[in-house]
Write a protein that binds this ligand. Structure first.
Ligand SMILES: Cc1cc2nc3c(=O)[nH]c(=O)nc-3n(C[C@H](O)[C@H](O)[C@H](O)COP(=O)(O)OP(=O)(O)OC[C@H]3O[C@@H](n4cnc5c(N)ncnc54)[C@H](O)[C@@H]3O)c2cc1C
Length: 447
């Protein structure tokens, strides 16, 4: 194709641009936010929060940006393996998983590296503008309209910003995140909205940075969550996590639901860290907080299913949070963005007609989203304050999931498969294999 336009230049948009650079003569990324040296755009406040990358997300990162892990580590990121990566459930350290690796870096640091890589591609250019609509002709996308990005006060952007331009396109990607206006645009053109699934979870997040010395030895990640023994409530320990990140710092996050959402008060943050597992307690006592505490409220998980629409414009796809945005506690968002890029690559390699809707893409990507959705919503339904919707067979499934979770604390082999699913390397049905269930049962019987 001649030109593809990616609307949104954050994580999902960068992956989409990378894939499209193999298939289009010219790729234009339309992004209104100036990404400062701290990598923080105004429209993505979640970038301030701790971001962990699942193993599958890390593998995809290397697939599309080979050597990026080495670059990140050279710049100060950390790569944790074996005992450097510690997962706790109800305060108990889980059985180690051989070969597990996790990257410790802040989201802006990771994203800035990717942005520089994408900017370096010969046929990709960034336009600082806001996408304002699609040009549709004969049922397919032929262009994207843009306007100057508003300033912080809602006024027009500064000099040098692209304004009011229509960019011709054979293909357009919606990577505008959770609050994407795409659906409104489509309705204006006489198309239908995609069916939406939602689950209200009322999650609160709070992240703070700390100076990092050698208080935790080689620990790169420590993650603690409540499990079946505490009824998934923060009675034994507070849920939270830390990662060692670039600049000799710790990034520490605390999470809580409904009335237990963490607030912005640094003293309260420290008090709460002292009710967490040992690594977070140690950092609270031994390290100094840098700056303040940033909070974020996440009310609802949401996904759109475009494959269920009878009609959809040709030459248009949706990636990242615009497609599905799930409870961040399970760290699936960045990985879903990368897997959408894989689906896009597979779709484009099948040389689709731009006149037809990208049904093949939506089928592939929605299968991946389905796995993530099943996993995150099943875990969310264990929270007493979450009231559905419940899938058929929920009680029986929850009973089995609780037992598997217990067994994963005790046994490395059970935990390896369990974490394979959590890390999106295996589909949820991998947990229903009969031999695996038998092993988990033996582990629980022998205690
Ligand atoms: C509190 C919190 C913690 C999280 N932690 C994790 C984690 O640990 N691990 C993980 O994998 N995921 C995590 N996530 C999820 C992750 O942040 C998202 O999945 C990810 O940001 C999705 O990327 P995206 O590019 O789709 O959307 P976004 O990052 O939201 O970016 C959307 C982009 O679109 C641009 N845009 C908006 N409107 C327009 C327009 N009109 N025209 C052009 N561009 C536009 C914006 O400026 C922005 O750059 C977390 C999310 C939250 C809320």
């Amino acid at each position: 194709m001649k030109r593809a336009v990616v609307m949104g230049g954050s994580y999902a948009g960068l992956f989409a641009a990378r894939v499209l650079s193999d298939h289009a003569e010219d790729v234009v990324v339309v992004e209104p936010d100036a990404i400062g040296p701290d990598g923080l755009g105004r429209r993505t406040p979640q970038r301030h929060q701790l971001h962990a990358l699942l193993s599958m997300g890390h593998a995809q990162l290397e697939r599309w940006f080979p050597g990026v892990t080495d670059d990140l580590v050279k710049g100060g990121a950390l790569l944790g393996e074996g005992e450097d990566v510690r997962f706790y459930l109800d305060g108990r350290l889980k059985a180690p998983v051989a070969g597990a690796r996790m990257l410790g870096a802040t989201r802006p640091f990771l994203e800035n590296h990717l942005r520089r890589r994408v900017e370096g591609l010969a046929n990709v250019r960034f336009v600082r503008a806001r996408a304002t609509g699609l040009v549709l002709r004969n049922g397919r996308v032929t262009g994207v309209t843009t306007a100057a990005p508003e300033g912080a006060d809602g006024s027009g952007g500064g000099p040098g910003d692209a304004a009011g331009e229509t960019i011709d396109a054979d293909f357009a990607v919606d990577a505008m995140g959770r609050n994407s206006p795409l659906e409104d645009w489509l309705v204006r053109h006489g198309w239908d909205r995609a069916p939406v699934d939602g689950m209200r979870i009322d999650l609160g997040y709070a992240t703070a940075l700390f100076h990092r010395g050698d208080e935790l030895g080689g620990t790169v990640v420590a993650h603690s969550s409540p499990g079946p023994a505490s009824g998934y409530l923060p009675t034994v320990t507070e849920p939270g996590a830390l990662t060692a990140v670039e600049g000799d710092r710790w990034s520490v996050v605390l999470a809580g639901y409904a009335d237990h959402r963490p607030g912005p008060d640094p003293e309260e943050f420290l008090r709460r860290m002292r009710r967490c597992v040992e690594p977070l307690r140690t950092v609270a006592d031994a390290s100094t907080m840098i700056g303040g505490v940033r909070t974020y409220r996440f009310v609802e998980s949401r996904r759109r299913t475009y494959s269920r629409l009878d009609r959809f414009p040709g030459g248009l796809v949706v990636v990242g949070d615009a497609l599905a945005s799930v409870n961040p506690v399970y760290g699936q968002g960045l990985t879903l963005s990368a897997l959408a890029a894989n689906a896009l690559g597979a779709h484009l390699r099948s040389t689709p007609s731009p006149h037809l809707p990208a049904r093949n893409y939506f089928r592939l990507v929605e299968a991946v989203v389905e796995g993530a959705w099943q996993l995150s919503t099943a875990a969310d339904l264990a929270q007493p304050h979450v009231t559905g919707p419940y899938p058929r067979g929920h009680r029986a499934r929850k009973w089995v999931a609780d037992r598997l979770t217990e067994a994963s604390v005790l046994d490395s082999a059970v935990n390896a498969r369990y974490m394979g699913v959590v890390n999106m390397e295996l589909p949820p049905k991998a947990l229903t294999d009969v031999r695996f269930l038998a092993r988990a049962a033996r582990v629980l019987i022998s205690g």
